[in-house]
Design a protein around this ligand. Structure first.
Ligand SMILES: Cc1cc2nc3c(=O)[nH]c(=O)nc-3n(C[C@H](O)[C@H](O)[C@H](O)COP(=O)(O)OP(=O)(O)OC[C@H]3O[C@@H](n4cnc5c(N)ncnc54)[C@H](O)[C@@H]3O)c2cc1C
Length: 394
């Protein structure tokens, strides 16, 4: 029998934290989000949403907004060799044939998530600097002098998480040896560029991706290139469009048509971490990149954080102040191994994409066969298992 609702404080107002807040609010759980930035926002780049998370966005009522602001990609999506020779179609549906694969502008997604929350839920300008907990309460303190108490604190504060050391101390980020150049090109600058497909070109040590966002008004590109330089201090920085163009010189001329229109680009050093052995300490749990930063080679970091949020909200909705720590452990049990598989899968797929094979025929066969993995990934619905886990708390 539930005696009182857990009050949940989420640190971090990125895609993961904002989705979790929506999923909790939808179940009637009081929730607050604390974000360090003065305003909610995201970088000028795209994110690809897949059926395994879109079904949860639909459940919190954001299906129409995703359709409106996203750009659905279809069956002409393809992998190509670096020169433009087609390799294989891209899996854009789950096993039932449901196509819910959308390119989204990140700013559109976070704005949509923030606007859907009850007024007063999000507190910007709150950089978390401290945490403590006892048997009954967790406390978060902020650089601006404020502090808050909650039954449960969720660390959704990204790969550099301030709160992760309160759960698990010794985890070092692993540098992949690659950087991603990314940005957006207005479609009117490349009017012949298709707005209904996700396209990726694969070459030795590097690969190039493009997909539409914002109903096809913008084309998002990502150029993955090797580097010797570990961008330790600054993990994202302005990049030089000419260096980006040079990195893909001699590739499919279509890539050059797009890159010729690039005036501003940003470089992202690509890091992940080994899967963590624990995500929870009593009343504190990790979510999204704070729990499982992964390489972007399956396009799943944000999608998995949305799955996390649905699982967490479904379980916490059945918990009270007393059972909240058990609920967090149940959430961790449900999520940790699945996400670890996706983390490992992203590393493996990166090797495929960067053509680390002596026989490209083998690579192409693996890319073709990869559709089956994607289907399993996209078929997954975390909700029934979360409901079953929640039932054990009652
Ligand atoms: C090149 C590239 C391409 C990608 N493409 C895809 C894709 O197509 N699909 C996909 O699913 N994923 C993709 N990802 C991964 C995805 O971007 C991340 O997994 C996702 O954004 C993580 O969301 P998050 O909310 O957990 O963390 P973040 O987005 O990092 O959000 C963390 C938030 O916490 C705030 N914060 C940090 N510290 C504090 C503090 N101390 N106090 C208060 N607030 C704090 C930050 O300001 C931020 O708003 C890609 C990543 C990269 C690098």
């Amino acid at each position: 029998m539930v005696q009182s609702r857990s009050h949940v404080s989420i640190v971090g107002g990125g895609i993961g934290g904002l989705f979790a807040a929506n999923a909790l609010a939808a179940q009637g759980v009081p929730v607050s989000v604390y974000e360090q930035a003065p305003v909610i926002g995201e970088v000028g780049a795209g994110v690809f949403l897949t059926p395994n998370s879109v079904r949860h966005l639909q459940r919190i009522g954001l299906g129409p907004a995703v359709e409106q602001w996203g750009a659905r990609v279809g069956h002409d999506s393809r992998y190509f060799r670096h020169d433009g020779a087609p390799i294989a179609p891209v899996q854009v549906t789950d096993s039932s044939g449901w196509n819910a694969t959308f390119g989204m502008h990140r700013a559109d997604l976070v704005e949509m998530l923030a606007n859907a929350l009850p007024a007063g839920t999000v507190h910007t300008g709150h950089r978390c600097t401290g945490f403590e907990q006892d048997g009954s309460t967790a406390r978060v303190s902020f650089a601006n002098g404020a502090s808050t108490e909650a039954d449960v604190v969720i660390a959704a504060d990204g790969i550099h998480s301030e709160l992760r050391p309160y759960v698990f101390a010794s985890s070092r980020p692993v540098f992949s040896g690659s950087v991603a150049y990314r940005g957006l090109v207005p479609h009117e600058r490349v009017p012949h560029w298709p707005t209904d497909r996700w396209q990726m070109w694969l070459g030795k040590g590097r690969h190039f991706l493009a997909f539409p966002v914002r109903s096809g008004k913008l084309i998002n590109y990502v150029g993955f290139v090797p580097t010797d330089e570990e961008m330790k201090e600054s993990w994202s920085a302005p990049g030089d469009p000419d260096i980006l163009r040079l990195a893909f010189a001699g590739w499919d001329p279509r890539i050059h048509q797009l890159l010729n229109e690039v005036q501003i680009t940003f470089r992202w050093a690509l890091y992940d971490r080994e899967p963590l052995p624990v995500w929870t300490r009593q009343r504190l749990s990790l979510l999204g990149d704070a729990a499982h930063p992964m390489l972007p080679h399956l396009g799943q970091g944000a999608n998995q954080s949305i799955e996390d949020g649905m699982a967490l909200a479904t379980i916490l909705a059945r918990a009270d102040r007393r059972t909240a720590p058990l609920a967090l452990l149940a959430y961790e049990r449900l999520r940790r191994e699945r996400v670890a598989q996706v983390q490992r899968g992203a590393r493996e797929n990166g090797l495929r994409y960067d053509s680390a094979y002596s026989d490209l025929g083998v690579r192409d066969a693996e890319i073709t066969a990869h559709a089956a993995f994607r289907k399993r990934l996209y078929d997954h619905d975390v909700l029934p298992d979360a409901q079953a886990a929640a039932a054990t708390l009652a």
